[in-house]
Design a protein around this ligand. Structure first.
Ligand code: ADP
Ligand code: ADP
Length: 238
């Protein structure tokens, strides 16, 4: 469903490429964990997949269509197809849980202007159902600035899922959480992955989480793929 064909990314002012001639194919159903040291290129890899980061060489291809040949509308469509979460959550602190989730569907401005008014009963119910699905036991009217890290990441997952994506991307989503919370967040992501038959690709530092949850591990070192296979075959580099 998504392929990377000989993709290289070189940032301005950097002599070493962040990604170097990477070719990978991702299919629906894959739950991929991307491993590698800090600076290995994990975040760059995630961001090229939905066109957030332009490539220097090569192509990222969605359902046989190269991003480089897509018009604005097609690019908006693949962004909508992609739910993404981040290490720093990227929520809007002063808004409530409920409002933050709805921004995933309606954007910031519409959510603020309309609040309850504009959303249909279905849409409101969908946001409330998602709060249950991500096992978030807080009032929907609570401001997210008062939540713990684990709770914030649950809100971010719900915000990503409300747009009904087919691809779920995580850029170090558990890096700032304690190990127990990190594992609970992985369980929730895996459950949603299985129920919705997604393609999930997540950067993670912790090898044991990758071993436990991934169906496929990709390891990067200095912008190159040094391992691509099953968790059973993965051996940590010395
Ligand atoms: P990781 O997510 O594995 O830590 P990144 O993809 O963030 O790796 O970074 C890969 C390499 O690209 C690193 O050497 C990093 O310093 C460099 N890099 C990342 N983002 C930028 C940027 N915006 N400008 C210049 N260099 C960057
Ligand atoms: P989780 O959010 O997955 O339950 P955490 O370890 O992040 O796991 O938090 C456990 C509980 O501790 C939370 O439900 C919350 O009530 C409280 N908590 C943790 N960190 C904070 C924080 N920074 N601010 C407020 N409450 C917190």
């Amino acid at each position: 469903m998504i392929s990377m064909e000989n993709v290289s990314v070189a940032y301005n002012g950097s002599h070493k490429p962040a990604l170097s001639n990477v070719s990978l194919f991702f299919e629906k159903g894959d739950f991929v964990c991307v491993l590698g040291k800090s600076g290995a290129g994990k975040s760059t890899l995630i961001r090229v997949l939905n066109g957030l980061q332009p490539v220097t060489h090569g192509e990222v291809v969605w359902n046989n269509k190269p991003i480089s040949r897509m018009d604005e509308k097609a690019i908006r469509e693949i962004r909508r197809e992609t739910g993404m979460i981040f290490q720093q959550f990227n929520l809007i602190p002063r808004l409530t849980v409920y409002q933050n989730i709805l921004t995933g569907r309606f954007g910031y401005k519409n959510t603020l202007q309309s609040l309850f008014g504009l959303f249909s009963a279905d849409e409101r119910k969908r946001a409330l159902d998602l709060i249950d699905e991500v096992e978030l036991n807080v009032e929907p009217s609570r401001k997210v600035e008062h939540l713990s890290g684990g709770q914030k990441q649950r809100v971010a997952i719900a915000r990503a899922l409300i747009q009904e994506p087919s691809v779920f991307l995580g850029d170090e989503p558990v890096a700032s959480l304690d190990p127990g919370t990190a594992e609970r967040i992985f369980k929730i992501m895996k459950k949603n992955h299985d129920e919705r038959n997604l393609l999930t690709i997540i950067n993670v530092h912790d090898v044991s989480l990758a071993r436990k949850f991934a169906t496929r591990i990709i390891a990067l070192n200095q912008g190159e793929v040094v391992f691509d296979g099953s968790p059973e075959d993965f051996k940590e580099p010395d």
